[in-house]
Design a protein around this ligand. Structure first.
Ligand code: HPA
Ligand code: ZN
Length: 316
């Protein structure tokens, strides 16, 4: 079944490049940049990958991202991810990057964007993988900081096609970012947002009505609100669901509790994605495999999920 799922052509629509930083590459970059890591080796680091919630994960994820310093580092990170895409028949990807995670540490915005963009261009040319980049704002920071990031990015307007919203969800509703998303849309950018991962269905309503998003990232808590589910079906708004992430961060206690196939059968346009594959135990194929192993996903359901991911692409 693994091979069959692996060979199914698919798109990945929810992937944080910083979350694809494998422990081996983290140690290699730490050495290259002469940075001391608090873990003695790759195995010790992997053992630290046990989380009770989103925040515990984010604390480690931002700590790991500290090894990313140069344009070459961002190239290497992105290229390693694209090679995984090739292995898993991911024919199209729309990754996120978090500029504030890097510029707040003194890394130039240009180093981040140029390294990522060069790798995506090589991915197109050498691997035949199409892509579009999403600039994501950190929602735990003030909206003013997001405005500054957008201003910094606008000279490179053609290097990304959308803005997103990630990091600590609860207490940071989409409404906090309404003005900066208005500005992004006025510049012709599309919008997406993480909502309904740990946050309530209300945050999904806000993402739709205030941020005018084209997709919801995660969105699994929509299931608590029948009116919202009806709207998602009616408007065929895609959800970029990340099953392994949701179990690692205890959004669901167990994969057998996951609601993605229920949502699929109700007619919600759900897709399968890896979120932060280096931290959550696998890339897209492993996420599909988990649905097969724990939820009895059929081949027909897998085909529909893969087709949904291709249909929900926003960048060409
Ligand atoms: N949720 C919010 N922020 C994130 C995530 C996530 O799953 N991954 C990386 N940043
Ligand atoms: Zn995410």
């Amino acid at each position: 079944m693994y091979e069959w799922l692996n060979n199914l052509p698919k798109a990945e629509l929810h992937l944080h490049l910083e979350g694809s930083l494998e422990p081996e590459l983290m140690f290699r970059l730490a050495e290259r940049n002469k940075i001391a890591l608090p873990w003695k080796d790759v195995d010790t680091l992997r053992q630290a990958y046990a989380f009770n919630n989103l925040q515990e994960f984010l604390d480690l994820y931002y700590r790991g991202a500290d090894v990313l310093r140069t344009e070459q580092d961002f190239y290497d990170l992105t290229w390693a991810y694209l090679q995984k895409c090739e292995e898993q028949d991911v024919v199209h990807t729309e990754p996120f990057f978090d500029p504030q995670t890097h510029t707040d540490r003194g890394v130039p915005f240009e180093a981040v964007l140029n390294g990522i963009s060069a790798a995506l261009a090589d991915g197109r040319e050498l691997l035949g993988i199409s892509s579009g980049l999403i600039l994501s704002f950190l929602r735990h920071l003030p909206e003013e900081e997001a405005f500054k990031t957008l201003e910094q990015a606008l000279p490179y307007r053609n290097a990304f096609f959308a803005v997103g919203l990630d990091s600590s969800e609860v207490g940071h509703p989409p409404s906090k970012f309404q003005r900066v998303f208005d500005k992004a849309r006025a510049e012709g950018l599309l919008t997406v947002a993480h909502a309904g991962e740990e946050g309530p269905p209300e945050y999904i309503w806000q993402a739709l009505d205030l941020l005018k998003v084209s997709r919801i990232d995660h969105g699994v808590r929509a299931a608590e609100d029948p009116k919202l589910i009806a709207r998602l079906i009616e408007e065929q708004i895609p959800l970029t669901v990340c099953p392994l992430s949701n179990t690692k961060l205890k959004v669901f206690s167990d994969m057998r509790q996951h609601n993605i196939l229920d949502l699929l059968e109700q007619g919600v346009k759900v897709t399968v994605n890896s979120d932060d594959p280096a931290y959550f135990g696998g890339y897209v194929t492993e996420n599909f495999m988990a649905l097969h192993d724990s939820l009895g996903m059929t081949e027909e359901q897998a085909r529909r999920l893969a087709q949904n991911s291709l249909d929900a692409r926003l960048a060409y």
